[in-house]
Design a protein around this ligand. Structure first.
Ligand code: TYD
Length: 135
């Protein structure tokens, strides 16, 4: 998978409450090295305007809703996440930004790597330059 895609996660619907889960390498195309979450985002704030060189990730709206805007240098797509049984898989080399967080939203991110600041491309022009050299 080298383009961003929604992964439909397993879900057990139950009158007592629903349950979903993720097994690495089975439901998502990587092994999980790290997990982090984004919460208490003030209205109107934007997070994560960057690309990763090698990190793969899965983003889940565990609670509430937000948009993930992805770009590959040529096209742009917006994924609105608002269900805890959908995950957005983002492969390396994709510019991604998160916005329109609802009140009390909770974004879970599963990552294929340890935190590495050198894996980030934070400048969009540098990103475009990198993509144009890659193609
Ligand atoms: P960052 O990924 O830059 O968030 P955003 O792109 O949404 O602004 O992370 C913010 C800070 O948190 C960054 O300075 C480093 C720290 N951080 C870690 O130490 N470990 C992690 O796993 C992550 C994701 C961030």
């Amino acid at each position: 998978m080298n383009t961003p895609a929604i992964i439909d996660l397993p879900r057990f619907e139950d009158p007592r409450g629903n349950l979903s889960f993720i097994e690495q390498s089975k439901h998502i195309p990587f092994t999980i090295k790290r997990t982090y979450w984004i919460y208490d985002v003030p209205g109107g704030e934007v997070r994560g305007g960057h690309a990763f060189l090698s990190q793969k990730e899965l983003i889940v709206a565990l609670s509430g809703s937000f948009d993930v805007v992805v770009k590959n240098g040529l096209a742009e797509e917006t994924f609105s996440l608002n269900r805890s049984y959908y995950g957005l898989y983002v492969p390396p080399g994709i510019w991604r930004q998160m916005a329109n967080f609802s009140t009390n939203s909770l974004a879970l991110v599963l990552s294929s790597t340890d935190y590495d600041k050198d894996d980030y491309v934070r400048d969009f022009n540098a990103y475009l330059k990198m993509k144009s050299h890659a193609s």
